[in-house]
Design a protein around this ligand. Structure first.
Ligand SMILES: [Zn+2]
Ligand SMILES: [Zn+2]
Length: 462
């Protein structure tokens, strides 16, 4: 018989309030502060917009982070309600209890709490407050406290921060949420700092006017799709605090021109960079120039569709900057050369740190994989290995299987459909579904016999 834990008194109190919206809103004036976080969590999950709005208006703590409350869809409506309800000073609706909220954080960073615990040693009570912008709460407050006359600057009591992730494309003018953010900032007469931490830009040249409203020093994650390298460089000159940079479909006229030199110079100044993703960015014979300037403790490197050649791989295998990678994605670069020594050395170098390896669509053959397998099996931290869409045979797949079985950390393998399943390799219409089903069934039996039911082997037919 299933035994279900009985609800706690707190659960019953929260549920009771949610079922009676007007009562809940009225009760916000009196309920103890400890009830706010569980009530907010339940109201957010249940999409009680009116209660959420009232809670933001009377939030009794310094900060409010929605990060722990991940939702898959229609989150924008809830964000909109919360931004609209943000009380700028002087308080618009004095009927609500005096709000203490100074930082509203709508970013999706996992691992943060709904409100920060009280720490007396930091200058602001919020662990996620902006430290980069001149308009940040922390900097405005320190300016004000050092200034003898308050009338010269903003009063610290009026400064607030709104932390968001933004995705801009050429249709940003029709983006209702972005328009709301800008109107709120305008309404605040300079007292609200719009702090964009994660910024995605598609079609950079058309988003210029939107970017003029942002302080790019706040951005830590930047993703740019479709732009010229010259325009990317001018953006990077302002976004100087990046942890993660992702560039895709970037056009670069020459590796000897000023734009590439300036790009390298910007990269070299990114001391905090942990993740670099260059996709559909042709770097044939020039990967060396990029890797030489990135910080030595890079964690994640994605280089799909970069046209990498033997020399690039050779450099990759000797480059100290990539010796501690946790993730390496070099998919969609053809590795048809016979000498796979550089790749072997690369795996040897990464055997203590690599957790995620993707080498899909690389034209890897049985011969190459059989040479790489011993080095691969020494990557003891590996959790995900993806090598789908490479022309290998069933005996080779079995052999790789044997190599991977002792790797206890490895849980996900995305394997290539063996060549015998195709009439003509990788022509989708020539795929024999029955043969593929047999391969899947064999692998399932092999996993069971090897007592590795914790491992998941999948493939794609697309
Ligand atoms: Zn906080
Ligand atoms: Zn900021």
């Amino acid at each position: 018989m299933d035994f279900k834990e009985p609800p706690t008194l707190l659960d019953i109190a929260v549920q009771c309030l949610l079922n009676h919206e007007p009562l809940a809103i009225q009760a916000l004036q009196e309920i103890p502060g400890e009830l706010f976080v569980p009530l907010f969590t339940a109201a957010f999950k249940g999409r009680h917009e009116k209660i959420l709005s009232a809670m933001v208006k009377s939030w009794p703590f310094f900060c409010l982070h929605v990060g722990p409350l991940r939702m898959q869809e229609a989150q924008h409506q809830l964000w909109k309600v919360m931004v609209e309800s943000l009380q700028l000073f002087p308080v618009e609706n004095p009927a609500f209890r005096s709000p203490k909220l100074r930082i509203l954080d709508l970013t999706q960073h996992p691992g943060c709490k709904t409100k920060c615990p009280k720490i007396t040693t930091t200058c602001t009570p919020c662990l996620h407050s902006c430290t980069n912008s001149e308009r940040s709460l922390m900097k405005v407050e320190s300016q004000c406290s050092s200034s003898s006359s308050e009338s010269e600057g903003q009063s610290p009591k009026t400064t607030m921060e709104l932390l968001v992730s933004l995705s801009l494309d050429s249709a940003f003018r029709e983006n209702e949420f972005f328009a709301l953010l800008l109107s709120k900032v305008e309404q605040s007469l300079g007292s609200l700092h719009l702090c964009v931490r994660d910024l995605g830009i598609k079609n950079l040249s058309e988003c210029k006017s939107a970017l003029s409203h942002l302080d790019l020093k706040c951005v830590t994650y930047l993703d740019v799709v479709e732009a010229s390298l010259t325009k990317v460089v001018s953006l990077l000159k302002q976004a100087i605090n990046l942890d993660s940079l992702s560039l895709s479909k970037i056009t670069c006229r020459s590796f000897h021109g000023r734009a590439f030199r300036n790009f390298l110079s910007q990269l070299s100044s990114m001391d905090h960079l942990k993740e670099l993703s260059l996709s559909s960015f042709c770097l044939t014979d020039h990967l060396e120039h990029v890797l030489r300037v990135v910080p030595a403790d890079l964690d994640f490197l994605h280089l799909p569709f970069c046209g990498l050649n033997y020399n690039d791989f050779n450099f990759l295998s000797q480059c100290p900057q990539v010796n501690h990678l946790k993730l390496l994605d070099i998919s969609n670069n053809s590795m048809y050369w016979e000498d796979c020594e550089p790749f072997y050395c690369l795996l040897e170098n990464l055997c203590g740190s690599l957790q995620h390896l993707a080498i899909d669509h690389c034209l890897l053959t049985d011969a190459t994989l059989s040479m790489l397998a011993p080095a691969l099996s020494r990557c003891s931290q590996l959790r995900l290995f993806s090598f789908f869409s490479n022309p290998i045979t069933m005996p080779m797949l079995r052999r790789i299987f044997e190599y991977l079985m002792p790797m206890t950390q490895l849980k996900y393998v995305i394997y290539p459909i063996p060549v015998h399943c195709y009439g003509r390799w990788h022509v989708r219409s020539s795929l024999d579904r029955q043969k593929l089903a047999d391969v899947n069934a064999q692998l399932k039996i092999m996993l069971h016999e090897a007592e590795r039911d914790d491992m998941c082997w999948i493939t794609y037919t697309g």
